[in-house]
Design a protein around this ligand. Structure first.
Ligand code: ZN
Length: 201
C-alpha cells in the first residue's frame, strides 16, 4: 500500500511530509516532558552603577518576604538572564507614549527549547525546556527620591509583571494596582502568596 505514495513525484510528496510533521508536532505536544527553569539573575544593564546597592537591597527584601531565593543580583551582566534598566526620563517618555505618571515598566519573557524532538530515546519522552526571564525598567528620579517603602512597592510591582501578573484595577491596595500610590500602603502578604505559588508551579 505504500508503493503508490512513494512513487509520487517528490514535489507532491513534500507538502504531505510537511503536513504530517505539523500534525505530529501538534498531536505529540502533550507527550513532551516539560521542564520549567525559573532562575532570575538580574543585572543592571543600563543606568548609574550607584544604583547597584539599591537593587541588591530590594532583591534581598524581596527574597526575605518570598521565603526563598527567587531573584539574584548578578554583577557580571554576561552571566545574567534578566535586565534592570534605570532610565533618566522614563516618566517623560511615558508621558509622550504609554501614558502619564509611569515610573516603571516590567515584562516577562519565556524561551522554549525543544530538545531533539525527532530523536527517540527508548523509554524517555522528549524534553521541552522553558527558560523564564524578565526585563524591568525604572525612572531614575523616582529611585533617587522615593522612600525605601516607595521603592519596594515599585520594584515588587514590576517584578510582578516579570512573574506574569497583570494589573488589578479593582483593589487599590493590590501591589499590581496600576498606580504605585506614593504614601499608600500595599498588601504585600497576598502578593507574596502569589509569588510562592508561581515559583512552585
Ligand atoms: Zn504595571
Amino acid at each position: 500500500m505504500l508503493m503508490p505514495l512513494l512513487s509520487l513525484p517528490s514535489r507532491r510528496l513534500f507538502p504531505l511530509i510537511t503536513l504530517l510533521a505539523a500534525l505530529c508536532a501538534t498531536a505529540c505536544g502533550s507527550d513532551y516532558k516539560v521542564v520549567k527553569i525559573k532562575q532570575y539573575r538580574l543585572a543592571l544593564t543600563q543606568g548609574d552603577a550607584a544604583f547597584k546597592s539599591t537593587f541588591e537591597s530590594l532583591i534581598n527584601d524581596f527574597n526575605t518576604a518570598a521565603g526563598s531565593t527567587v531573584l539574584t543580583f548578578e554583577n557580571d551582566a554576561a552571566k545574567a538572564n534578566c535586565s534592570i534598566a534605570v532610565i533618566k526620563d522614563l516618566v517623560k517618555q511615558n508621558a509622550d507614549g504609554l501614558g502619564t505618571g509611569k515610573v516603571g515598566l516590567g515584562q516577562w519573557v519565556t524561551q522554549s527549547k525543544q530538545d531533539n524532538p525527532v530523536v527517540i530515546v527508548p523509554g524517555e519522552k522528549p524534553t521541552e525546556t522553558i527558560l523564564y526571564s524578565m526585563n524591568v525598567q525604572f525612572d531614575q528620579d523616582y529611585l533617587k527620591n522615593g522612600t525605601k517603602y516607595d521603592l519596594q512597592k515599585l520594584f515588587y510591582h514590576e517584578v510582578g509583571h516579570g512573574l506574569e501578573l497583570d494589573h488589578n484595577e479593582a483593589n487599590e491596595k493590590d501591589v499590581m494596582y496600576p498606580d504605585v500610590g506614593v504614601g499608600e500602603t500595599k498588601d504585600f502578604d497576598s502578593y507574596f502568596k502569589y509569588v510562592k505559588s508561581y515559583m512552585a508551579s
